[in-house]
Design a protein around this ligand. Structure first.
Ligand code: GLA
Length: 388
């Protein structure tokens, strides 16, 4: 299932829908997970990030019903939720995501009909590939399609963010959903979260591989200190503005301005990460365009140090992986990726040394911890697509 192609996944999902609901689905929508080259915890701080879609997707097949029933079948969990449009409450995490998507569509458009829905994917859950964002994007896209509303990318972005904020109580930004919607497989996105727009970056980097190491430490955002970081940044900005008697916004913060709140170490550290990370995204764009591998590797390493020391979103297993990676030949740089507190590292490695790198890090890690890390072999992918 890991390596299945996009269209195969969609085909299997359509077949399973027919078996499950005895009818053909009339919307087939697919959305990818993502990796993020650089720009972590910058989205809700209105900075920059550089993600790309990957060849792991969530596919939603759906059909509008004539009554108000809602049936959602998860092919991965082999579980069905059966409810109605007027009862979309849930305590279970997976149900919250799916019913949350239906709720936001209901709130926005006052829909009166139910739906039969099948969801199938191959994105590992809870490891930093943003399976939940891909789920929201594909499900909301499919719902817009079956109820005959315009498929507006920015509306999907807004509604999926509402699911996270209102139903999951995660104050996340839109990095993951943005990447899942707008990615192009040949060029990383450069997202500007302040202006909510993007451009694409030419990638002239050759002879290297992006190795994704899954620490197998699973941490859903809901259970992590993610919201605490969001609040700390808000508080830091407030304090900075009070101290400077100004009213600057998050994207105007520079490392120099931060000097004035240095006495509050935690707030200073959080904002220091954000300001320096934004700079790194723009520098990384230059490195990608020029094919500067050393420069790109250094930026990854600096980003990791910042996420670990200033933003404090790493964990012991990830620190061990980074330390072991640094000892290997052909390693240009690497960092923790995504929300943090577990999940994956993204590493830039000389292709000729890739296999040895993987072998050494895997065995050295196993001698330190009692579990195996997993190497995720990914390709890049285009974003959201309505297949049918
Ligand atoms: C998670 C969140 C994103 C973003 C990243 C950190 O993936 O869902 O919105 O904040 O963490 O960059």
């Amino acid at each position: 299932m890991d390596r299945i192609s996009k269209y195969n996944l969609a085909e299997v999902a359509q077949r399973e829908f027919k078996e499950q609901f005895n009818a053909k689905g009339n919307a087939v929508v697919i959305a990818p997970g993502r990796i993020n080259f650089i720009g972590e915890h910058t989205d809700y701080n209105l900075g920059f990030a550089m993600p790309i879609g990957i060849n792991r997707w969530i596919c939603t097949v759906a059909k509008k019903r004539t009554d108000k029933k809602i049936n959602i079948y998860s092919s991965n969990f082999n579980e069905t939720i059966s409810t109605t449009l007027s009862d979309l409450e849930s305590l279970d995490l997976w149900e919250k995501y799916t019913l949350g998507c239906i709720q936001v569509i209901k709130d926005e458009f006052n829909i009166q009909n139910g739906a039969d829905i099948l969801i199938k994917g191959n994105i590992p859950i809870g490891f930093g590939f943003s399976s939940s964002a891909a789920l929201e994007v594909s499900l909301i896209g499919a719902l817009l399609h079956i109820y005959d509303f315009k498929i507006d990318f920015y509306l999907i972005l807004k509604l999926s963010n509402r699911v996270e904020n209102n139903y999951l109580q995660i104050q996340s930004g839109v990095l993951d959903q943005y990447a899942s919607i707008f990615s192009k497989k040949s060029q990383p996105l450069i997202i500007d979260f302040y202006n909510l727009n993007h451009s694409y970056c030419n990638m002239n980097i050759e002879g290297v591989s992006w190795v994704i190491i899954n620490s197998m430490v699973k941490r859903e955002l809901v259970e992590s200190k993610y919201n605490e970081r969001v609040d700390e940044c808000k508080l830091g900005l407030k304090k900075l503005n009070q101290t400077l008697s100004k009213s600057i916004s998050m994207n105007e913060i520079t490392v120099e301005l931060l000097e004035s709140i240095k006495s509050d170490k935690t707030l200073y550290n959080r904002l220091y990460h954000v300001a320096s990370e934004n700079k790194r995204v723009l520098l990384m764009k230059g490195c990608f365009e020029k094919g500067d591998l050393i420069g790109a590797g250094n930026l990854l390493n600096n980003s990791h140090e910042s996420l670990s020391k200033y933003y404090e979103v790493s964990c012991n297993e990830i620190e061990a992986i980074i330390k072991l990676s640094n000892k290997q030949e052909g390693f240009y740089g690497g960092r923790i990726m995504g929300g943090g507190f577990g999940g994956c590292t993204i590493n830039l490695v000389d292709s000729s040394k890739r296999d040895l790198f993987i072998k050494n890090v895997t065995s050295d890690f196993l001698s330190l911890y009692n579990h195996k890390i997993k190497i995720e072999t990914i390709d890049f992918s285009d974003g959201f697509e309505v297949l049918h």
